[in-house]
Design a binder for this molecule. Structure first.
Ligand code: FEO
Ligand code: CA
Ligand code: CA
Ligand code: CA
Length: 631
């Protein structure tokens, strides 16, 4: 999302500036600039099969392609490209309507205001007919972001779609800058959260259908806590109010046991303080709480969100978690999994590691914040058979990127003397995860967004940008870093070890000289089973051939490093969320906050010129020849 709330990391953890300086002088690569020096030093890692594809990179560069350092393992064998579609030209990459590769087509599904059950109250973007709070609670919310498709039957034309509603500004939802009543606040709250809809392809078009398991989960929906912090005093209020709701649901995850994970990101922005004398304590400051919040004004009418109301002290600790939703059971109570820690969660990438353990990679999206990993205590199937959630018992780690291209996962445990000196118990470590990570020397990164794992074990993470970085470091090698980069690593011991090796996959600035690949601010990410990496953007894009590009989606061939634009959004939108049917011949992505909600910029998805308020929506993408998406 747009709000990134500055930076609250004052830990002074060692950044890599000294290390970088030392390495740069050793390798004498300064003349080629920070970008190439970052990749150069990694290519020199002896004996690391992951990072040995300089020849391919050089070939691609000679052909004028943007070069991303892909995995070296499959290069020697592979001749054809994984990406063979016509790219979206820069001239088509701007404006009020989306553009897609001429080899592809798209349709629009479930825009904001679509009734969860067909026949329910609908909102179509008419400026003077906004939904009531009660109607919004029965409709698809706003701020479409992370999502996952859960097949029914073979799933290629039918399934449940679980989708996040990250945020909508007051002007977009309410048509005014600040709420004037509790009804206004409830309308905003009901537009946030997540939806589960049942969708089906009928007569060649995808649509949502009536469903006993479709539902809205919003800021006032009952939730429960599970895991080590579930019964902590830090999650209880003097008011004794039951836990309710999820907010700023950014990206997502999907478990091997078929549930959906929704991740709470900029939750701090929904809180404020009515009492001008209120000041944040250490933990509140580290999570970015302020008297004004992001201007939602919920605290003016709903005391749960008033930081200065002592009856609701600790309500703020109930947000910032990964929340598990069963998309196939509309009666299930969403569960906040405290073992995964409390940060500004971007997504939760779940893989099955050594011994069948559930491993969850997670980024904390703020300037100079960290990358985390959770590893379940044992095999996920055996834990579930014993009635234990694999997400309730395990170890939480934070990443430290070392000088020599290796890294360490540092466990965040109360048994660590550095943490025992500061925290009372593991529940406190998990509730104040950021402070715990500060205390153990984690590596400050350039806004970690999505993480996705390729079938060969490479883990990719977007570092979207960081305009406040003043010193380049090997894992964050540009200062400032206005356009971001993608880093990758490979864990020891099939995702469950405590060490890893890492490399830079691509610096966005290296793509800017080539029309088909130019992008900035990488955010959404998905590695497909063939070696493609789908990259979605949110934020500043480069200007190409005199055109300032809209946010977009591109596909990288990780074997060759080639990158091509497949889709371009509308002015002032974000392209995010990515999921496919099992045959990978249908892909769903999202357009978030088109035109930033301004109907004078775009009326998407209504016809341009209709005067309708633009609405966040899902885009269904198919290849005209019926092929695999990305091919
Ligand atoms: Fe919700 Fe960091 O994007
Ligand atoms: Ca972003
Ligand atoms: Ca977003
Ligand atoms: Ca994001």
């Amino acid at each position: 999302m747009i709000h990134d709330n500055g930076s609250s990391n004052r830990s002074g953890n060692r950044s890599f500036e000294d290390v970088l300086r030392a390495r740069m002088s050793r390798r004498n690569v300064l003349a080629r600039g920070a970008a190439l020096s970052a990749t150069g030093f990694l290519a020199a890692l002896a004996g690391n099969k992951l990072f040995t594809q300089e020849a391919t990179a050089a070939t691609a560069q000679a052909a004028g392609d943007a070069v991303a350092q892909g995995t070296g393992t499959a290069i020697a064998q592979r001749s054809g490209s994984l990406i063979n579609f016509s790219f979206v030209r820069a001239a088509d990459g701007a404006g009020a309507t989306p553009s897609i590769s001429s080899d592809y087509q798209y349709e629009v599904l479930i825009p904001w205001g679509t009734p969860i059950q067909p026949g329910g109250p609908a909102y179509n973007g008419e400026p003077n007919r906004r939904p009531t709070a009660a109607q919004q609670a029965q409709q698809v919310g706003i701020g479409h972001d992370g999502m996952w498709f859960f097949p029914i039957g073979d799933g290629n034309d039918h399934g449940m779609l679980a989708i996040n509603h990250e945020f909508g500004d007051n002007t977009h939802i309410l048509g005014k800058e600040a709420p004037e009543s509790l009804e206004d606040v409830r309308l905003s709250q009901h537009a946030h959260g997540a939806s589960v809809v049942e969708i089906r392809k009928e007569n060649g078009r995808w649509q949502n259908v009536s469903s006993s398991n479709a539902r809205r989960i919003h800021v006032n929906t009952p939730v429960t806590f599970s895991g080590p912090a579930a019964n902590s005093r830090l999650l209880r209020t003097a008011a004794g109010n039951a836990p309710l709701g999820t907010v700023n649901n950014c990206a997502n995850g999907k478990t091997p046991w078929g549930t959906y994970l929704t991740c709470e990101e900029n939750f701090n922005g929904y809180f404020g303080a009515k009492d001008a004398a209120w000041t944040p304590d250490e933990a509140q400051a580290r999570y970015g709480f302020s008297a004004e919040g992001f201007g939602y004004g919920w605290h003016l009418f709903d005391p749960r969100f008033d930081l200065s109301n002592s009856s609701y002290k600790n309500e703020e600790n109930r947000f910032g978690w990964v929340v598990e939703i069963d998309p196939m059971n509309g009666a299930q109570t969403p569960v906040k999994r405290t073992a995964l820690g409390r940060v500004k969660h971007e997504n939760a990438e779940v893989v099955v590691g050594q011994g069948g353990r559930a491993v969850v990679y997670m980024g904390d999206d703020e300037r100079f914040d960290y990358i985390y990993k959770f590893v379940s205590d044992s095999n996920w199937r055996s834990m579930i058979a014993r009635g234990i959630s694999p997400l309730d018992q395990g170890k939480l780690y934070v990443a430290k990127f070392n000088d020599d291209g290796t890294g360490n996962w540092i466990e965040l445990t109360i048994n660590n003397p550095a943490l025992r000196a500061k925290f009372a118990d593991q529940a406190e470590v998990l509730t104040y995860t950021r402070l715990a990570a500060d205390a153990v020397g984690a590596t400050p990164m350039d806004r970690p967004e999505w993480i996705s794992t390729a079938p060969n074990g490479d883990v990719y993470a977007t570092l979207t940008n960081n305009t406040r970085r003043t010193e380049a470091t090997p894992p964050n090698p540009q200062a400032p870093n206005p356009f971001g980069h993608i880093i990758k690593w490979r864990d020891s011991n099939n995702h469950v070890g405590t060490t890893f090796t890492w490399d830079i996959f691509v610096l966005a600035t290296d793509t800017h000289s080539t029309e088909k690949s130019a992008f900035g601010s990488p955010d959404g990410l998905w590695a497909d089973p063939d070696g493609r990496l789908f990259i979605e953007t949110d934020g500043d894009q480069p200007e190409v051939n005199g055109v300032k590009l809209n946010d977009q989606m591109l596909v990288a061939d990780t074997n060759t490093g080639e990158i091509r634009r497949i889709f371009s959004g509308v002015t002032d939108c974000e392209v995010t969320g990515i999921t496919v049917t099992p045959d990978r011949r249908t892909m769903f992505v999202n357009l978030q906050h088109p035109g930033n909600g301004d109907p004078s910029v775009t009326n998407f998805p209504a016809p341009q010129g209709s005067g309708r308020i633009p609405r966040d929506a899902t885009i269904v993408i198919t290849r005209k020849n019926g092929g695999i998406i990305g091919s």
